[in-house]
Design a binder for this molecule. Structure first.
Ligand SMILES: N[C@@H](CCC(=O)N[C@@H](CS)C(=O)NCC(=O)O)C(=O)O
Length: 305
């Protein structure tokens, strides 16, 4: 899928080894500027553009923050094609997978414009600043948090809940959001066993919590719920089969399943979800996981309340 070294794209370079003892390790994001009033990146309407992919759960966080904070008119988005190529994430010249901002054919062309010259993986989401022609951030957790600086919509990270949100975020990132990847990309039975056990232990904990409270931290929806949702939306159509996270399905958890559908019914959320694209993406041809790239027909799930 390629990497960038000192601003130059290398299509044939698989990048640093992300496995250790058969266990998958996610590389850290490296461009982490911040939007703040009075800072070099100010929260001005129309200043920023988001590079996303419908199937990427990290990009999904940013798409959710955008709709839940009511920033659709202020933050434009370009969606990459669901399947990466040897050029990494790519765009069409026009249509639903085109980039109306810079008109790039591949995401690496956006990273190539960044200064200082970028070295690292070429990931979505990317928050692009049209004023300075720079990348503000390629870290989804930061993008979600800094979109709050626009002062629109409900606070997703209220200070009085910060401690609780942080604790849920930590568990959910490690054991759920990234846990499914550690199960799916494991290269040994032991690494898979450990990861899949952790995924379901965490989901069991969330299920118990949702028996007590409507949302993870109590009676209001927060960033912790936002960050759990992308994994839930992909769980039964993708992770259950493609990543072998099949001890239980989402629909087998009464509280979690009702909660996931409640989030799906929130204004704007359904428009951030593309189940068919999740299947295309997660069932892309992969020598290790799905050599022929055949996309399964099911499951057919009714997400309505
Ligand atoms: N830490 C990043 C991770 C983003 C990420 O890993 N995105 C994946 C797609 S789901 C990607 O673009 N991978 C391309 C690559 O690693 O070459 C974030 O949360 O923003």
């Amino acid at each position: 899928m390629g990497v960038m070294i000192d601003g130059i794209f290398h299509a044939d370079d698989p990048g640093p080894d992300t496995t250790q003892g058969g266990a998958f390790r996610r590389a850290a994001s490296t461009i982490r500027n911040w939007i703040t009033p009075g800072g070099p990146f100010t929260p001005d309407a129309g200043r920023y553009h988001l590079y996303a992919a419908w199937n990427c759960p990290w990009a999904h966080r940013a798409l959710l923050a955008r709709v839940l904070l009511g920033l659709q008119d202020e933050l434009s988005v370009a969606y990459a094609r669901p399947r990466r190529t040897e050029q990494g994430w790519v765009f069409d010249a026009d249509g639903a997978f085109a980039d109306a901002e810079l008109g790039v054919a591949a995401l690496h062309q956006v990273y190539a414009r960044h200064s200082p010259p970028y070295t690292g993986r070429l990931t979505v989401p990317v928050l692009w600043d049209r004023q300075t022609a720079q990348i503000v951030s390629n870290e989804s957790a930061d993008i979600v948090r800094m979109l709050g600086a626009f002062g629109r919509g409900p606070a997703l990270y209220p200070p009085e809940l910060a401690g609780e949100i942080d604790a849920w975020n930590e568990l959910i990132y490690r054991s759920v959001n990234n846990g499914v990847y550690r199960a799916g990309f494991a290269r040994t039975q032991d690494a898979y066993d450990a990861a899949v056990t952790e995924v379901f232990a965490a989901l069991d904990r969330v299920e118990a919590q949702l028996g007590r409270t409507a949302w993870l931290t109590g009676d209001r929806f927060t960033e912790a719920d936002l960050r759990l949702f992308p994994t839930l939306a992909r769980f039964d159509v993708a992770y259950h089969y493609a990543f072998k996270c099949n001890i239980r399905r989402l629909v087998d958890y009464p509280n979690l399943w009702a909660y996931a559908r409640r989030i799906y019914a929130m204004p704007g959320v359904a428009e951030t979800v593309r189940f068919e694209i999740y299947k295309q993406g997660y069932f892309s041809p992969s020598e290790l996981r799905n050599p022929l790239g055949i996309v399964p027909a099911g499951p057919l799930i009714d997400w309505s309340l």
